[in-house]
Write a protein that binds this ligand. Structure first.
Ligand code: PMP
Length: 322
């Protein structure tokens, strides 16, 4: 059902794994980084290289983990504040990279790639963390060497990690890689080399049925466009009472961090905003602890009516507090 919903070509295998997105931060370098003989001070003569694009906390964590296994080349400067993506046409991929990694949606900073990027040549396979925009819109996975997502955002509950991987990239795994993270072994055993997270798989199957019955990914996309537009309109039409730091082009449809009472936020107003939201049954709106402020996460399970409640509350709160 997933293959059909996402139009995943036969060239790509679908794996069901454990370990969440964080497990993939290690699995990717362990499976893909090949020795290509670059000399670096850190890793000596024989080293492995991978390209990373860091656009927020999650890609930063992925790059940090990959550093344990080889040399990491940043293909573009890391933005000081994670409010945009440096244009893919300006990236500088390295010649000896085994893959180029990016995070399709930065859950904490609300920065999303509207499509699979096209970096300048030479092309190493693209690897995408799609944990927080998986199944929220159509995505051309045929352009990706690998995509992974934890199930807990748009695909059910935690415990299951979905990996979509180009078959021709299998079989180059570091022999020291733990067996549960070895894509080749998981693929060869149809994702049952060890006991899979069966409950999370059951829930995932139910979610896929619901997506198909609702009109598939084009319907999810239409819904998510409308939902995010409603919140961004409330922000943009507030005359600065609410503010979002993310550049328009890179605004996420899934996670919208914003401040109340000016670009740096007013603690008093933000606390009052959250208290009022909770009184109206809206929970989980507090921004990530590293960011502060407010964050509206509009995953597939959040309905248009619920988003309408939030945008109406935003208007009401602004009228009472501006
Ligand atoms: N990548 C992204 C984009 C995420 O949002 C998260 C978790 N919120 C992770 C990776 C890490 O996933 P996990 O908690 O499943 O290890």
């Amino acid at each position: 059902m997933l293959r059909e919903s996402m139009s995943i070509p036969c060239s790509h295998a679908i794996l069901f794994m454990h370990g969440g997105g964080t497990g993939q931060f290690s699995a990717i370098p362990l499976n893909f980084m090949e020795t290509k003989g670059r000399t670096t001070a850190e890793h000596g003569v024989e080293t492995r290289t991978a390209d990373y694009v860091v656009t927020g906390l999650w890609s930063s964590k992925a790059a940090q983990e990959a550093k344990k296994f080889g040399h990491i080349n940043m293909v573009c400067p890391v933005p000081e504040k994670f409010t945009y993506v440096p244009e893919p046409a300006t990236w500088a991929p390295s010649i000896d990279a085994s893959y180029l990694y990016y995070c399709a949606n930065e859950t904490i900073h609300g920065v999303e790639f509207p499509e699979v990027p096209t970096p300048p040549t030479p092309h190493a396979p693209l690897v995408a963390d799609i944990s927080s925009n998986f199944l929220s819109r159509p995505m051309d996975v045929s352009k990706l060497g690998l995509a992974f997502a934890g199930a807990q955002k748009n695909a059910g509950c935690a415990g299951l990690t979905i990996v979509i991987v180009q078959r021709e990239l299998l079989g180059r795994c570091d022999p020291r890689c733990p067996v549960v993270l070895d894509y080749g072994i998981v693929e060869k055993h149809s994702s049952v080399y060890n006991t899979p997270p069966v409950w999370s798989l059951f829930v995932f199957n139910q979610v896929l049925k619901w997506i198909q019955e609702t009109g598939g990914l084009p319907a999810m996309e239409a819904m998510n466009k409308a939902k995010s537009k409603r919140i961004f309109d409330a922000i943009d039409q507030s005359g600065g009472f609410y503010s979002s730091a993310v550049e328009d082009k890179w605004r996420s449809r899934m996670n919208i961090p914003f401040r109340v009472g000016g670009p740096n936020g007013s603690q008093e107003l933000e606390t009052a905003f959250l208290t009022g939201a909770e009184a109206r049954g809206m929970v989980g709106l507090k921004g990530h602890r590293s960011m502060g402020g407010i964050r509206a996460s509009l995953y597939n399970a959040v309905t248009e009516d619920e988003v309408f409640l939030l945008s109406s509350y935003m208007e009401e709160f602004m009228s009472a507090n501006r």
